[in-house]
Design a protein around this ligand. Structure first.
Ligand code: HSE
Length: 311
C-alpha cells in the first residue's frame, strides 16, 4: 500500500536556452522546491508555503501551480482524494529559473506516488503544465519537462505532445545568476509579438537545429554559434538592468554562450568546466552590482535526475 505522506524535491530549470523559445530547457542541481504532501481523509487541497519570497504565492489551490496541477490530476482520475501540501520554496518566484514549474513537478510526482502511481510520465507532464499555466498564463513545458525528467529536453510538438531527451555532453556546465528582482512571466509573455518575420523564423530554426547537433556531437563551438535568440530576448532584454554588460562579462570569462533564462531576470551561461562556470558566475554577479543589483549564482553540471523522493 502507498504511504500516507511523501517529501519530494524538484529542481530549477533554464528554459529557452536562447535558440529554443518554449521548446528547450534543462535542469540544474540547485536550487529546488521541496514539497511535503500528505493524504487527508476529507476531500480538498490545503496549501501552506514557506521559504524564498514565498509571501507573493497564492495558497488557494486553483491559483497555485502545485495545487492546480494536483487538481488537474485528480480530475483526470475522477478521484476525490484530499491532500495537505507544504511548499518550501528554494526557488524564488519570478526569478526565471522555473519556480512555478518545480512546485508543479514535485506536486504531480508526489501525488502520483501517494495514489500508487496510476499515471505515466507523459500524463504527469500534462497535469504539471496545467498547474504551471496558472502562473505563466500560457501552456508551455520547457521548464516543467526538464524539472520532471531531468537533462536537456526538446519539446518537438505541443499538439500532440512530443517530448525528446537530448544528449548531455559530459563537460557541459551551467551558470544561472539570479538578480534580486522579479519578472512576472505572464507579463513577459504578453509583451512578445504574436508573429515573427520569416527571416527570423528561418534563422531561429537553423540555430535550434545547430544547437541540437552541437549537443549530439559535443561540439561546443557549434553550440555557442547557435545560442542566439531572435524571438524573446530582443523584447525582454530591456527588463533586466545591465543585461548586455552581464552577458558580455560571461562571454569575456569564457562562456560558450549566454542568454536570458526563461523570461528572466535570471541570466544563464554554458561553459566547459565547473571552474569556468564558477568564474562566469562571479563575473556576472559583479557586473549586476554595477547596475545596483545584488544577485546569486548557481553553478552545476546539467541535472539529469527526475525529482528526488526525500522521504
Ligand atoms: N519559454 C517560457 C518563456 C519560459 O520564455 O516565456 C518561461 O520561464
Amino acid at each position: 500500500m502507498a504511504n500516507k505522506s511523501i517529501i519530494v524535491k524538484a529542481p530549477a530549470t533554464v528554459a529557452n536556452v536562447s535558440c529554443g523559445f518554449d521548446c528547450i530547457g534543462y535542469a540544474i542541481n540547485e536550487p529546488g522546491d521541496i514539497l511535503t504532501i500528505e493524504k487527508q481523509d476529507n476531500p480538498g487541497i490545503v496549501i501552506s508555503i514557506s521559504g524564498s519570497k514565498s509571501d507573493s504565492i497564492p495558497v488557494v489551490p486553483e491559483n497555485n501551480t502545485a495545487g492546480k496541477a494536483i487538481l488537474s490530476l485528480l480530475d483526470a482520475l475522477g478521484s476525490k482524494q484530499g491532500f495537505k501540501i507544504h511548499i518550501e520554496k528554494g526557488i524564488p518566484p519570478g526569478s526565471g529559473i522555473g519556480s512555478s514549474a518545480a512546485s508543479a513537478a514535485a506536486a504531480v510526482v508526489g501525488a502520483n506516488e501517494l495514489l500508487d502511481k496510476p499515471l505515466n510520465n507523459g500524463e504527469l507532464l500534462v497535469h504539471g503544465m496545467a498547474g504551471e499555466a496558472v502562473a505563466s498564463g500560457g501552456f508551455h513545458g520547457d521548464n516543467i519537462a526538464p524539472s520532471l525528467f531531468g537533462g536537456i529536453i526538446l519539446i518537438r510538438s505541443y499538439d500532440p505532445l512530443d517530448i525528446l531527451k537530448l544528449p548531455v555532453p559530459e563537460d557541459l556546465f551551467s551558470t544561472a545568476v539570479l538578480p534580486d528582482m522579479i519578472i512576472n512571466t505572464k507579463e513577459a509573455r504578453q509583451m512578445l509579438p504574436k508573429n515573427v518575420p520569416l527571416e527570423s523564423a528561418v534563422e531561429q530554426a537553423g540555430n535550434l537545429a545547430g544547437f541540437t547537433l552541437g549537443l549530439h556531437e559535443s561540439d561546443f563551438d557549434l553550440l555557442g554559434r547557435s545560442m542566439v535568440d531572435l524571438f524573446a530576448e530582443p523584447h525582454r532584454a530591456k527588463l533586466i538592468p545591465g543585461y548586455e554588460n552581464v552577458r558580455q562579462s560571461a562571454m569575456d570569462t569564457g562562456a560558450i554562450g549566454c542568454g536570458i533564462s526563461g523570461s528572466g531576470p535570471a541570466v544563464f551561461a554554458l561553459s566547459d568546466s565547473l571552474e569556468k562556470a564558477k568564474n562566469i558566475g562571479l563575473a556576472m554577479v559583479s557586473t549586476f552590482k554595477n547596475s545596483g543589483l545584488t544577485s546569486q549564482s548557481y553553478c552545476s553540471p546539467i541535472h539529469t535526475q527526475p525529482p528526488e523522493i526525500l522521504g
